[in-house]
Each structure stands twice: as C-alpha cells, then as structure tokens.
Design a protein around this ligand. Structure first.
Ligand SMILES: *Cc1c(COP(=O)(O)O)cnc(C)c1O
Length: 432
C-alpha cells in the first residue's frame, strides 16, 4: 500500500501526473520561473546559482542577451520556424559562420549533417554512417561511456540500468576500458588491435570507435592526449572510423570549442548537440570528413532537422568564439574552479579527489551517498548541481561558461560549506 502522504501528493501535486520516468526534479523540486545567465528563480522568489547548465546545454547562460536579441528579431520578422531541410537564410548564415569561425581557424574540413535535434539522434546518424561506409557491423565503445538513450546509442552507453530498459539485446558493440579504468592504458587498445589482426583472435575489425574525450555522465574521466592519439592511430590502422561524441564536452565546455583540439587529433566524425544552439533550443550536428559522406538523399531523415530558431541562436553563439576575451574568460573560470577543487580535495585526500578539466570539473567522493547528500544540501542552499559517475559518486560543477566571477565564487563558497558539513558528519558517523 502507498503511504498516505503519497496519495495526498497525487491529489494536490499536479506534477505527480508526470510519468515516473522524471528524474532531476525529484532531487531538485523547485518550480522554476525565470533565469538570467547563471541565476534562476523559482515561483516563490528563491534564487539558485546554476552549476548544472542543463547538463551542458546552457553554456552561454540563460537568456543570453545577444542570442535573445537575434531570436526576437527573427520572430518579429515572421521567420520560418520549421523548415525540414529546406534552404533558409538562417541556415545559410549558420553554415557560413561555422566554416569561418570554427573550421577554418582550426584547419578542419567537414561536411555538416543536420540530424534530428537531439544528441542521441546525432549518435545514431554517426554509427549508421560508419557502418555504411565500412560495411562492418560492430562499434567499439568505452567503459562508462554515455551516448544517448535510443537503441543504437544505448547499445554504446555503459550504464546498466539504462541498458536494461531496452528490453532486448543491444548487439554489435565491443566494449573496451576507457583510459584509467582500473589502470587501463593504451596497452588495451594495442591488445585489441592484436586480436583483430590475429587470424584466430576472434574479433572482427569494427566500423568505428566512439569516444568522449572527457566522460561527462561517466564521472568526468579525462582521456590523456597520448591515449587519444593512440586511439586515433589504432582506428586508422584498422580502417575504422573515429567518432568523437562532443555533445557534452564540446562547445567550449572542456576549454576549447572542440574537446579534442588539445590532442591534435582529427576525428572522422564529430557529434555536437547540447550547447550548439546556445539557447537551450533543440539542435544537433554531425560533422563528417568530406570523403566519408556516403549518405543517399533522405537516408537519415527527420521532421525537426530544420529548427530555424536554433540556427539563429547557434549563429549568434558562434560570434563569441571570435572574441578572445570570451575564450580567455573560460580559462579564467576553469582556473578558479581547479584551484578551489585542489584546495578542498587536498584537505580530505582519503575521501575526495579532483576530476575533470575546463568547466566540467568536480569532486569524486569515496562514498557515493556523501556526494548525493552534498548535492541535496547545496540545492537547499541555492545551488542547482548534479552528481555523475557509475555510482553517482562525482559532484559535477558545470556553471555557464559566462558565469559572473562574483557569482562563481559565491556558488563555490556555498558548495564548500555543503562539502565540509557532509564530510565532517560522515567522518563523525564512522568514528561513532
Ligand atoms: C547528453 C549526451 C548525449 C545524448 O544527448 P540527448 O540530447 O540527451 O539525446 C550523448 N552523448 C553525450 C556525451 C551526452 O552528454
């Protein structure tokens, strides 16, 4: 039998109508009303500092003034909001801006596919294309990887609970340990290559390797430049494609526009979503090396591939990447977070360790319950923040890249209080 308070909830709480699948709102039950940059307010006027950024979909902050002005202009001028993949003035402008602002300065050349507007759809497109190009079936994915929730992408995702929900086998994926997983290194990549090359090794060459250079949901695990370079070399020797899932780590989150820039690698396919529209509007992109664009017309179709509102804000968001002060601002903020994390983890080295890079850093707790309690305490103290990692043991600090410095320090101060309270409570509980 259900407890009475739950019955009451169902009568008085209209949100109880929402399916049990709801997740974030369970731990952070505020009813949000409005937001500006890194601050949100609920309907009772309580203020929250955003250390969540909609899981990396709000890198440029809420209601970014520049983006909003362009969006309002587009609406005032009766722009074509849903255009399938018909040509629009806004799509042309976006393609040109992407070439000039992102690709040309980095010496990159990619064709651009507009898939359905979610990250998982970009991943589906990337793996379908890899299989088509190579005529091979399996995809190598890594331990603790997260690539989305639709069947193809779910097969690549490590999380067991999410995988079980599929209800059917999720085949044609070969799992390798990500760098650092129980001390795994490039040696595991080379051993896999040996198995594939061995006439009796029992492994077929894969269509592609898919990797996050920093595992966002998997616990802020950072692949080293050397490991990423080995991965690119192994993939290339096997005739397999290298797909970088930059859905979370891309668009500046790891410090540079693409997360793989630091390693100097050139993936065959790149998936972008989350902050590519810059305004929280659904949009995703698949970047494809020109000679691999083997799609036939309409082969990966989708109704909402022409979300012009998202194209307008995406184009405006790219303008920030032409401003050196914006890029320097990410570095400055990353540095502040690193320093803070270094201090806090140095004080409790048995319980806390520092994870991540750029503005996707956090603390791994030896006790996952402690991480969750810190997140809840921080929420009650006005911070939106989540945990990640296989057991929810990593507290993930993801403010907008544009967070005001005073608000960043205010948020970190509140978070320090929450960590110190919970860690000392935990320590005294163990002692008792
Ligand atoms: C969020 C995410 C996805 C899935 O994107 P959705 O828009 O939720 O489908 C895929 N890969 C990574 C790395 C992500 O962080």
């Amino acid at each position: 039998m259900r407890p009475t308070y739950s019955v009451k909830n169902e009568i008085f709480d209209p949100f109880a109508q929402e399916s049990e699948v709801r997740a974030y709102c369970r731990r952070m039950p505020a009813v949000l009303d409005h937001a500006i940059n890194a601050e949100l307010w609920d309907e009772n006027g309580n203020r929250y500092i955003d250390f969540l950024s909609a899981c990396g979909a709000m890198n440029y902050g809420h209601n970014n003034r520049t983006l909003k002005a362009e969006l309002i202009d587009f609406l005032q001028n009766d722009g074509v909001a849903a255009a399938l993949d018909l040509h629009t003035v806004q799509k042309r402008k976006l393609l040109a801006a992407f070439r000039e602002t992102v690709m040309r300065p980095r010496g990159l050349d990619y064709k651009i596919q507009f898939p359905g507007p979610t990250g998982t759809n970009a991943v589906e497109a990337a793996i379908k294309l890899s299989r088509k190009v190579t005529g091979r079936q399996s995809i190598v994915a890594f331990s603790n990887g997260f690539h989305g929730m639709t069947m193809g992408a779910l097969a690549l995702t490590g999380n067991q609970a999410a995988r079980r929900a599929a209800g059917v086998p999720l085949p044609n994926v070969h799992r390798l340990p990500f760098e650092g997983y129980r001390d795994a290194s490039a040696a595991e990549l080379l051993r896999y290559e040996t198995l594939v090359n061995d006439p009796s090794g029992g492994c077929d060459a894969p269509a592609a390797f898919i990797v996050e250079t920093v595992q966002g949901e998997g616990g802020l695990n950072v692949a080293s430049n050397a490991w990423l370079q080995s991965l690119a070399a192994v993939a290339s020797r096997m005739g397999s494609l290298l797909i970088v899932d930059d859905i979370q780590a891309g668009c500046g989150r790891s410090g540079t526009f693409f997360s793989f820039e630091r390693a100097g690698i050139r993936p065959d396919i790149v998936c972008l979503s989350k902050s590519i529209s810059g305004y929280g509007l659904p949009m995703s992109l698949v970047l494809i090396k020109p000679d691999l664009d083997h799609w036939s017309p309409g082969e990966h179709n989708g109704t909402f591939r022409g979300n012009t509102l998202a194209f307008v804000t995406a184009c405006a968001a790219l303008s920030f990447w032409r401003q050196p002060s914006f890029v320097a601002g990410i570095e400055e903020r990353s540095h502040i977070v690193s320093r803070w994390l270094h201090q806090i983890s140095a004080r409790n080295p048995e319980q806390l360790s520092h994870r991540g890079i750029g503005l996707m850093q956090g603390i791994s707790f030896s006790d996952p319950d402690c991480a969750r309690r810190v997140a809840t305490r921080a929420f009650n103290n006005g911070i939106l923040i989540e945990t990640c990692g296989p057991r929810g043991e990593v507290l993930k600090i993801m403010p907008p890249l544009t967070i005001e410095l005073e608000i960043l320090s205010e948020g970190l101060d509140k978070l320090r209080y929450a960590v110190e309270r919970e860690v000392s409570i935990h320590a005294s509980a163990i002692a008792a």
